[in-house]
Design a protein around this ligand. Sequence first.
Ligand code: 5GP
Ligand code: ZN
Length: 113
Amino acid sequence: MQLDDCIFCKIARGEIPSSKVYEDDDVLAFRDINPKAPVHFLIIPKQHIESLAAVRPEDAALLGKMIGLVPQLARQEGCVNGFRTVINTGRDGGQEVPHLHIHVLGGPQPWKH
Ligand code: 5GP
Ligand code: ZN
């Protein structure tokens, strides 16, 4: 199920354009509009799940698929020395868009060396 006025549901439906990294029937990955690292993309389920806190046992396969895509997509996007994965959850978790998403951040970070 999707929501009419959810920004990530709109991206999943193609109503808002995105820079796609990967797509299949269940999952979409696209580059973050305001990247915090040289590589920064988001992996979302196409169905509306509000957050990690709303995940149910029957979502396990979908979640497994999303996590399982991370290494392949991170490599494809140019993460050669690792990456960071972040799932902000709810107000206290700093979640701004209430549609579950995995942040994948990586790429060269010269300020850290
Ligand atoms: P959150 O704070 O909810 O974990 O992260 C939301 C992320 O979505 C932010 O990093 C923000 O830059 C990104 N974002 C918000 N709106 C859009 C959009 O319309 N397109 C894309 N590509 N990213 C978005
Ligand atoms: Zn949604």
